[in-house]
Write a protein that binds this ligand. Structure first.
Ligand code: PBG
Length: 351
């Protein structure tokens, strides 16, 4: 019996507080000592609830025109815009480390941008060429492409802009053309990140009618109008030229609305749903993971990565350890897949 004697002592009318200062508190009846399960590395390993593995990660890659060139992104240490050949090399490296998928984002020249994001449907556009290269060079790798107008739009918005308004239904055919070009190039999964209503169902129908029924849809279902996308927009030079994205991306204050978005996307045919950003939205990840039956992805976005790396550079924290902890927390919350700019560094450490 644990601490059978402590009762006697507690009720014998004497003040034993001094003697008990260094001992186990009287009021804990069962001798519960959670620390027992933490006393050695092997025991900690045995009882660990969440395990990160390289197979949890999706590596986002920024692709630009040219060959054998990489340009740094100031706010994202260790992340570069890469020409196609270097994207292929980086993807190979990731795949060898056990990372199953990459997500591609093209850097589009200003002269190719217009209101209708015409370049996004170009069969031989930068993104489509990159997808073909990747599928040739690393056939086993899952290639995910983003469906949204912003990298191609002269307005820097995810939808078609008319008189300062983002038109929902008129955007859908543009997204469908984009997704079809990506699917035709060999994309395994298209990932609408635009937050237009009805786009998942629209894309599913378009893909199916052109024989792409095996191309999956990863829906950015709960994508918030977040301040954490800043570095990404710098990388692609894709910031909105006017206004903000609050009429389509979600209000960070809302939780139930995220469930509604995810449920609608699943009903419309999403194969996976995503929460974005991740770190400040762990409650949303947890809610969605328990309410849908499709896999849940979470995007640790550019600003989350930038914060950790910046503090690391200042010597204020250990960036590698913080990145590991932040992604572990995202998985613990319920994410099955995590997009992170730290995927390669993490996979190397998890080895
Ligand atoms: C485009 C898109 C964005 C991100 C992914 N796809 C930016 C935005 O919505 O403005 C952000 C990713 C990141 O910050 O890492 N629709």
């Amino acid at each position: 019996m644990p601490k059978a004697h402590s009762h006697d002592h507690a009720h014998d009318g004497h003040d034993h507080s001094h003697a008990h200062d260094a001992g186990f508190p009287d009021h804990v009846e069962l001798g519960a000592r959670p620390r027992r399960n933490r006393k050695s590395a092997s025991l900690r390993a045995l009882v660990r609830e969440t395990l990160l593995a390289p197979s949890d990660f999706i590596l986002p890659l920024f692709v630009m025109e040219g060959t054998k060139k990489k340009t740094p992104i100031a706010s994202m240490p260790g992340v570069f815009r890469l020409t196609r050949d270097l994207v292929v090399a980086e993807a190979k490296r990731a795949y060898k480390l056990g990372i199953p998928a990459v997500a591609l984002f093209p850097v589009i020249a200003d002269k190719l941008k217009d209101k209708r994001a015409t370049e996004s449907a170009n069969k031989d556009g930068l993104l489509q060429r990159t997808v073909r290269d990747l599928k040739n060079a690393v056939p086993g790798l899952t290639v995910i492409t983003d469906v949204a107008m912003d990298p191609y739009s002269s307005d820097g918005h995810d939808g078609l802009v008319e008189k300062g308004r983002i038109l929902n239904d008129a955007t859908l055919p543009i997204l469908a053309e984009m997704a079809l070009a990506q699917a035709a190039a060999g994309a395994d999964i298209v990932a609408p990140s635009d937050m237009m209503d009805g786009r998942v169902g629209y894309l599913r129908a378009a893909l199916d009618s052109f024989g792409h029924e095996d191309v999956g849809i990863l829906a950015y279902s709960a994508k918030y109008a977040s301040a954490f996308y800043g570095p990404f927009r710098e990388a692609l030079d894709s910031a909105p030229k006017h206004g903000d994205k609050k009429t389509y991306q979600m209000d960070p204050a809302n939780r139930r609305e995220a469930l509604r978005e995810a449920q609608l996307d699943v009903e419309e045919g999403a194969d996976m749903v995503m929460v974005k950003p991740a770190g400040a939205y762990l409650d949303i990840i947890a809610d969605i993971a328990t309410s849908v039956t499709v896999p849940v992805a979470a995007y640790q976005v550019s600003g989350e990565y930038a914060m950790i790396m910046a503090a690391g550079k200042l010597g204020w924290l250990d960036a590698d350890a913080a990145l590991m902890e932040a992604t572990l927390a995202i998985k613990r919350a319920g994410a099955d897949a995590i997009l992170t700019y730290g995927a390669i560094a993490l996979a190397e450490k998890l080895g």
